[in-house]
Design a protein around this ligand. Structure first.
Ligand SMILES: C[S@@+](CC[C@H](N)C(=O)[O-])C[C@H]1O[C@@H](n2cnc3c(N)ncnc32)[C@H](O)[C@@H]1O
Length: 288
């Protein structure tokens, strides 16, 4: 017998009740709150999973989610996309290397500071903070201590980041001489050398909760907030402003924009690369 063709889920075909039931399970069982994410993004991701599992109706998928912890984790991983790359958008890293990092070091020296902190917020498997660590190592700064903090909401992704082992496709933008200098080849994978791994501190942190925003002189938060509502984005941008000193730098993803009142906290320095400089405007508590 020919089986009926599986329904091609799009996400718009989930009822509100079905959508609510799935998000409730993720909140209750994985403490992952989707309220501040854009519904359409989440629906599309859930649909991707429904298509992969060839689900005929959502009720049966919900039953599976209740019993099958692995499927719940796979769904969560599908929703909170972790795709990253070493030196993703190389032009951004060129600006960091040639303009921003030397400028932050110069300002620190001029004010007698001995330490700087660079924060990769939403660091996925570590490609972004390790790329930063490679740049800094190459700059050979001896008179300043540079701390690299990398945070993500997802523990499994942080575990992978700490291992520092990557498939070749994550390293497409890494020049061969950098690969030779900073990686061991390990059966088709690349392992970041220990000296670089030790330079990055990985820590779990949810940028949607107002607490524990670390002080930082440079924040990279790229391709993380695109999935959040505008209101939530503005709250997070205010918290970043509260944590950055005047002249501190924020880098967003190339498709991300800044709108609304919070723009007074930032001056655009390299508009295409979404590099912003913190202004002197004090942050109002109501914004956070
Ligand atoms: C697409 S990756 C971006 C990785 C890297 N920043 C880049 O641009 O290549 C998005 C990351 O944001 C993380 N993320 C999503 N929601 C978050 C939250 N509320 N707090 C912290 N990280 C979050 C995800 O777990 C994922 O690893």
């Amino acid at each position: 017998m020919i089986e009926p063709a599986a329904h091609i889920w799009t996400g718009d075909d989930l009822t509100d009740d079905e959508f609510a039931a799935i998000t409730l399970l993720l909140r209750e069982r994985r403490q992952f709150d989707l309220d501040q994410y854009k519904d359409r993004c989440i629906r599309r991701r859930i649909a991707k999973r429904l298509r992969s599992c060839k689900v005929a109706d959502v009720a049966s998928y919900l039953k599976r989610l209740e019993m099958d912890r692995d499927e719940l984790d796979t769904l969560l991983a599908t929703i909170s996309i972790h795709v990253s790359q070493f030196f993703r958008n190389p032009d951004t890293y060129r600006i960091l290397e040639q303009k921003i990092l030397p400028d932050l070091c110069r300002r620190a020296r001029a004010t007698g500071r001995t330490e700087l902190t660079f924060w990769s917020a939403g660091c996925a498997s570590g490609e972004e903070p390790y790329s930063l660590a490679l740049l800094i190592d190459d700059m050979n700064v001896r008179d300043l201590k540079i701390n690299i903090l990398a945070t993500d909401v997802s523990e499994p992704v942080l575990d992978a980041a700490r291992c520092g082992n990557f498939e070749a496709l994550r390293l497409k933008e890494v020049p061969p001489e950098v690969l030779d200098k900073y990686f061991y080849r390990d059966s088709g994978h690349y392992q970041v050398i220990e000296r670089i791994r030790d330079q990055v501190e990985f820590r779990q942190h949810n940028i949607m909760t107002a607490s524990d925003y670390p002080p930082a002189d440079l924040i990279l938060c790229r391709n993380v907030m695109i999935y959040f509502t505008r209101v939530e984005q503005e709250r997070i941008l205010s918290r970043f402003a509260a944590t950055l000193p005047e002249h501190g730098v924020l880098v967003l993803g190339r498709s991300e924009t800044m709108t609304g009142d919070i723009r007074r906290y930032y001056q655009s320095e390299f508009p295409v690369e979404r590099v912003f400089r913190r202004t002197a405007d004090p942050v109002t508590v109501a914004d956070i």
